[in-house]
Write a protein that binds this ligand. Structure first.
Ligand code: GLN
Length: 450
């Protein structure tokens, strides 16, 4: 069914860069055989699953949406995709993304522009736009995305699905192509909170191959899904005041305010919370993320991976022409910003300062979590915008992640769930932020609301 859906919808949606139909059918048959033999099946047995194309899949192209990795076929499996395979998932293909996960609309992919299933003239958000659109369009049941500054939550919001960014370190990054390593985290998309919780359970856990992986027990997230918020102690929800007002679309504000009323009716105690340094998240992110990216992307030199231009007559010109033709405009912009911010004489003024701001933002969250259990904000300031609308204005594109970026800077878990529609029928997202490793609490609130 998923493969039929893919065939019918791909000419319009372009969610996938690579469909692995043969492999999917084999995986599905293997599950059938296990069931017939009365053997135990995995948590994701038979579930059609999409994978963002920045996670390495052995023997299957992994392009990161970039020309520089056009012919790259990984010789190894990432930990997350191995976990999918172990759990019996049917992996249907690799989904489209902004090149190296840099962007908020999936328009920075070197290959194709993914459409929003609710209105194909609009973007699905990004950078995990392919994964969000594929779930929203029913091309797969769940999918994996990665979130460095909002790339799971913002496309979930634009496509009317659920998307969760876990606590930094909960899900292994081994085999995830690095963008900004101190911020990157893989997470699940689903059509419901329950589906999302099941996929999270399947991919979370300690991995010795990732030095930032957390050694923690993975709770049964499904156990925290209860219909209301009254059980046990009253749950305290904080509204971050700084995320309302200027710059926020009034339809989004109205929908989110209504959602908060609903949460109160479900038994939560509502507080207003100030995070005064929240607004410095965006500027510090655009120093830290490009700095890490400029270092991470140095490895694409035409020697070790993918593309190498044939016409160069010495090593330096080979490096230069390979990188000039292999990287797109946004990636080059970030490499230049990052290289500048890290260079001698500017390091203290930019990178070090941004890291200090990061600490202050973390403190704002720590103070907030002394008073409340979870925080809520809109996921994005607007609903899905038209394709092409922001491509020439990087700053207005960057503003999409105003509310999601601080969560990555602090390493916290965050989820986006649908909370209504604007007057054009486009979905709106509510973001719920939890304390470190409190995925159970954000799932609990999300489930009760849903
Ligand atoms: N849109 C943000 C960026 O361009 C976040 C991307 C992401 O989370 N991968 O960097």
């Amino acid at each position: 069914e998923a493969l039929d859906k893919i065939q019918a919808l791909e000419p319009k949606l372009h969610s996938f860069l690579h469909v692995t139909a043969q492999q999917a059918l084999e995986q599905a048959r293997a599950v059938d055989a296990k069931i017939a033999a009365g053997e135990e099946i995995g948590l994701l047995a038979g579930i059609p699953t999409g994978i963002k194309d920045n996670m390495c899949t052995k023997g299957i192209p992994t392009t990161c949406g970039s020309r520089i990795l056009e012919n790259f076929v990984p010789p190894y499996e990432s930990t997350v995709t191995q976990k999918l395979l172990d759990a019996g998932a049917v992996t249907v293909g690799k989904t489209n993304l902004d090149e190296f996960a840099m962007g908020s609309s999936t328009e920075n992919s070197a290959y194709q522009v993914t459409a929003n299933p609710w209105d194909v003239t609009r973007v699905p958000g990004g950078s995990s736009g392919g994964s969000a659109a594929a779930v929203a369009g029913g091309e797969c049941v769940v999918s994996l995305g990665s979130d460095t500054g909002g790339s799971i939550r913002q496309p979930a919001s634009f496509c009317g699905v659920v998307g969760l960014k876990p606590t930094y370190g909960l899900v292994s990054r081994y085999g995830l192509v690095a963008y900004a390593s101190s911020l990157d985290q893989i997470g699940p998309f689903g059509r419901s909170v329950e589906d999302t919780a099941i996929l999270l359970r399947a991919i979370a856990g300690y991995d010795p191959k990732d030095s930032t992986s957390l050694k923690v027990d993975i709770p049964d997230y499904l156990a925290s899904l209860k219909p209301d918020l009254k059980a046990r102690k009253k749950l305290r929800i904080g509204i971050i005041t700084e995320t309302f007002g200027e710059g926020l679309d009034s339809v989004v504000e109205t929908a989110v305010t209504k959602a908060i009323d609903q949460l109160q009716m479900l038994g939560a105690e509502i507080h207003t919370i100030s995070c005064p340094r929240f607004r410095y998240g965006l500027p510090s992110y655009y120093i830290i993320a490009p700095s890490e990216a400029s270092a991470n992307l140095a490895r694409y030199d035409g020697v070790k991976y993918g593309l190498r231009t044939p016409d160069a007559d010495n090593l330096l010109s080979m490096y230069k022409s390979t990188r000039a033709s292999g990287f797109g405009t946004e990636v080059k912009r970030r490499i230049m910003i990052g290289t500048y911010a890290l260079s001698a004489g500017y390091y203290d003024a930019y990178y070090l300062k941004a890291q200090k701001v990061r600490t202050l933002i973390k403190q704002d969250f720590e103070n907030a979590f002394k008073k409340v259990d979870v925080l809520v904000t809109p996921t994005a300031p607007t609903t899905a915008f038209k394709a092409g609308e922001k491509t020439t204005d990087p700053l207005s594109m960057y503003l999409n992640d105003l509310m999601t970026i601080p969560v990555n800077l602090a390493g916290l878990p965050g989820i986006s769930i649908p909370c209504g529609f604007d007057d054009q029928g486009l979905p709106i997202g509510l973001q719920i932020i939890g304390n470190v490793l409190r995925e159970d609490q954000i799932l609990q609130v999300a489930y009760a609301y849903e």
